[in-house]
Design a protein around this ligand. Structure first.
Ligand code: C2E
Ligand code: MG
Ligand code: MG
Ligand code: MG
Length: 277
């Protein structure tokens, strides 16, 4: 009987669907409130250059300090933000906050910002990046945008145009979670990347085939003149493999977990003080 009423009507008779829809609506409402009340915060995780061990950049990772549920990870709310369009406002906030934070760091440290497909497809995206740089005073060379390959599947022309425009402005583009999608290799040829971030699934199996894959990707990066970074390094052993395979950069809990912005700033300040002393 319910079926004859069509797809939408089914939920009326399915209490589980109702619960799910209810939970999503609540999440959506809470997320809007979070944006309006400053309950979102950015944490930063260092990106290391392996030959000198220097920190070359920090990746901005958004967190939500929920009044009842505690700290919520982006995996739990970014998808909802994307589906509801809240990601546009959220992404703009992240971009502006990250540029402001980075403007207070040493001038040789960049900031890497994750960008959603929904943002990148918008015609005004490059404009909002320019505005974030202008209002923070951050040089474009200190901004890196991370995009995942799923972003690239649709609206290729608009995205290609935007990426070229951003690069002409001096901003760097990194391909995130490289190797997890279907078309990683063809995207590398079509889109202008400065860096590939090799997905952490490969380093998990660095002693096995993961190591061989990292070696192949590092070789590919070298041929194409693209920097390679390996994500998710947790042990000294993994680091040794990644070094041996010739990757230029690395990121992972072994070096540091993501930390709140104020802690990062304190670290940089202490470093400066001890260097001056
Ligand atoms: P991602 O951009 O690939 O970020 C790296 C994720 O790996 C982060 O998870 C980080 O905490 C985690 N990670 C770093 N090192 C290690 C390690 O050694 N071991 C393990 N197991 N994990 C490690 P996080 O912060 O939960 O973020 C998850 C994803 O959410 C990000 O993946 C990114 O796709 C998305 N995200 C985070 N912040 C933003 C944002 O501001 N905007 C957008 N659009 N997406 C964001
Ligand atoms: Mg990322
Ligand atoms: Mg990643
Ligand atoms: Mg990821």
């Amino acid at each position: 009987h319910a079926k004859s009423l069509g797809r939408g009507a089914v939920s009326l008779f399915d209490p589980k669907m109702d619960d799910q829809a209810q939970a999503r609506m609540e999440l959506e409402r809470d997320l809007r409130t979070a944006l309006a009340t400053g309950a979102l915060e950015l944490h930063y995780q260092p990106l290391l250059e392996l030959s000198e061990g220097a920190v070359t950049g920090m990746e901005a990772l958004v967190r939500w300090r929920h009044p009842r549920k505690g700290m919520i990870s982006p995996a739990a709310f970014i998808p909802v933000a994307e589906e509801t369009g809240i990601i546009l406002q959220l992404g703009e906030w992240v971009l502006n906050q990250a540029c402001r934070d980075a403007a207070g760091w040493p001038s040789d440290v960049s900031v890497a910002v994750n960008v959603s497909a929904v943002q990148l497809r918008h015609r005004s995206f490059a404009q909002s990046v320019l505005l974030a740089l202008a209002s923070s005073g951050l040089r474009p060379e200190r901004l890196e945008l991370e995009i995942t390959e799923s972003v690239l599947l649709d609206d290729t022309e608009i995205i290609l145009e935007t990426l070229h425009l951003l690069r002409r402005m001096g901003i760097r583009i990194a391909m995130d979670d490289f190797g997890t999608g279907y078309s990683s290799l063809s995207y590398l040829r079509r889109f202008p990347f400065d860096k590939i971030k090799i997905d952490q699934s490969f380093v998990r199996n660095a002693a096995g085939e993961g190591g061989a894959i990292i070696r192949a990707l590092v070789g590919l990066g070298a041929t194409l003149g693209i920097t390679t970074l390996v994500e998710g390094i947790e042990t000294e052993e993994q680091l040794a493999t990644v070094r041996a395979e010739g990757a230029q950069e690395a990121q992972g809990f072994l070096f540091s977990p993501p930390k709140p912005a104020h802690e990062v700033l304190d670290l940089f300040r202490k470093e400066r003080t001890s260097a001056a002393a």
